[in-house]
Ligand binder design. Structure first.
Ligand code: SF4
Length: 454
């Protein structure tokens, strides 16, 4: 049986996709890149932005046509959009299976059943905000333990979920309604999983949570977890995403200083520089409280690399509010920023209560303007690396050609990242993928450092 797999969305989704792919491989399925020869099509979906859902619907439209000539093909939609739309999605002509993010351990058996009986099946949480039963958490933990591995195309690197769900209810965000309540995994299970990954050759783990710094299992905190993970031999770099800028435990920064394996990288979304907009977003902090966290981080870890996220064009965002966001970006001196145009998500408080009153043209303009501000900052920061040597974990051959490509045969242009998550491009042999190398930086753009292996 052949399976075609597509994935949309964040790192949490990439991790789920990887687990699902391994579960199908171990069940004897093969993977194909040709949708036309697949017996089953699996689509991992994202609901965070409207655009991600539109792409899934367009793929389903394509599959509807394919099914006219190959009606036996089984299409399974899983992840956040499946949980959000439930039966509505099952009524789509192309869809056979709708499976929520908490039901992914059942996917192999759902697909096998649908192939055998050519039926429609659904497995979603009826009350997603209901706290999981211990047996459900155990089932998900066992699934993670059994099927984790290096990330696709990222040798020696793995994502490890440390918590599920979210309880923050930011007014624009659909995650609490599709991934359920916040639940931290038992430390012993996380450690056992990372030890297993380390034994299989993993050198970098990225600990994942929607608000990873809120991790807490009884009295065991996220900082405690960092100290425990750092004891695992052969895990050389520990990264974590994403942090929530409230009740930030300073011990996390102290761990970065104490423990050489904890990377000095902090991804901490601000979303807006205007207190009025932050309040409407229900973020629970002010701009100055946010900056205090960054100041504290830099006081304890002077060379920490900080990345941010912003939403532009949130309901009610005036030019003055946007100006405050620009000022925050200038003050924060991020290494890079992810900037999104607000799009209302059905079922969220912002969609219910606030008019999407910033015209798309204005959203686009603000996006461009903020990106330009950030690019200037990134270019300056990146320039300061010229002449220095950085340690890089090699990801593999760069997919796109960059500046300075050597024309030597047998030498590829490689891409990798530093502990601070800076992207580095350099020439080298592809068998360096998954290894650490030292690179002398000779050139820098706003997005990339360029150099030569030492
Ligand atoms: S913290 Fe806010 S933005 Fe992040 S997942 Fe939770 S509700 Fe969504």
């Amino acid at each position: 049986m052949k399976v075609f797999l597509r994935s949309f969305g964040c790192q949490m989704n990439k991790l789920d996709t990887n687990l699902v792919a391994n579960s199908f491989l171990q069940a004897g399925f093969e993977f194909t890149e040709e949708i036309g020869e697949a017996d089953a099509v699996l689509i991992n979906t994202c609901s965070v932005r409207n655009h991600a859902e539109e792409r899934v619907l367009s793929l389903l439209g394509h599959l509807k046509h394919i099914k006219k000539t190959r009606p036996q093909i089984v299409v399974a939609v899983f992840g956040c959009m499946a949980q959000r739309l439930k039966e509505d999605l099952l009524s789509h002509e192309a869809v056979n299976i709708v499976c929520g993010p908490l039901q992914i351990p059942e996917l192999v058996s759902l697909v096998s059943k649908a192939i055998e009986k050519n039926t429609k099946l659904t497995a979603v949480s009826n009350d997603i905000r209901h706290k999981s039963l211990p047996e459900d958490s155990d089932r998900l933990d066992d699934f993670e333990y059994s099927y984790d591995s290096a990330e696709d195309n990222l040798p020696a690197q793995a994502y490890v979920r440390v918590m599920r769900g979210c309880d923050k209810f930011c007014s624009y965000c659909v995650v609490p309604y599709v991934r359920g309540p916040e639940a931290s995994r038992e430390p012993a299970k996380i450690i056992a999983q990372i030890k297993k990954l380390a034994d299989s050759g993993i050198k970098q783990v990225t600990l994942l949570g929607q608000t990873v710094n809120s991790y807490r299992y009884d009295n065991f905190t996220f900082a405690d977890l960092l100290y425990e993970v750092s004891k695992i031999n052969s895990i050389e770099w520990i990264k974590f995403v994403t942090c929530y800028p409230k009740n930030f435990d300073e011990r996390i920064f102290k761990a970065m200083v104490d423990l050489p394996t904890v990377c000095r990288y902090l991804h901490i979304p601000a979303q807006s520089g205007s207190d009025k907009i932050l309040k409407a977003m229900n973020r629970g902090y002010t701009c100055s409280q946010y900056l205090e966290i960054i100041d504290k981080a830099r006081e304890i870890v002077p060379d920490i690399a900080v990345a941010g996220d912003f939403i532009v064009g949130f309901p009610g965002e005036t030019d003055e509010d946007f100006q405050k966001t620009i000022e925050l970006v200038e003050k924060a001196q991020y290494k890079n920023c992810y900037i999104f145009k607000y799009s209302p998500r059905p079922g969220t408080r912002a969609d219910d209560k606030l008019a999407d009153d910033v015209p798309m043209e204005v959203k686009k303009q603000r996006n461009i303007e903020l990106l330009a501000v950030q690019e200037k900052i990134s270019a300056e920061l990146n320039k300061s690396f010229i002449g220095k040597t950085v340690k890089v974990l090699v990801e593999g051959a760069s997919k796109k050609a960059h500046l300075d490509k050597a024309d030597k045969e047998n030498v590829s242009q490689l891409i990798g990242r530093t502990a601070g998550d800076y992207i580095v491009v350099f020439d080298g042999s592809e068998n360096l993928a998954g290894q650490f190398v030292n690179v002398n930086i000779t050139k820098a753009s706003a997005l990339t450092l360029f150099g030569q292996i030492n």
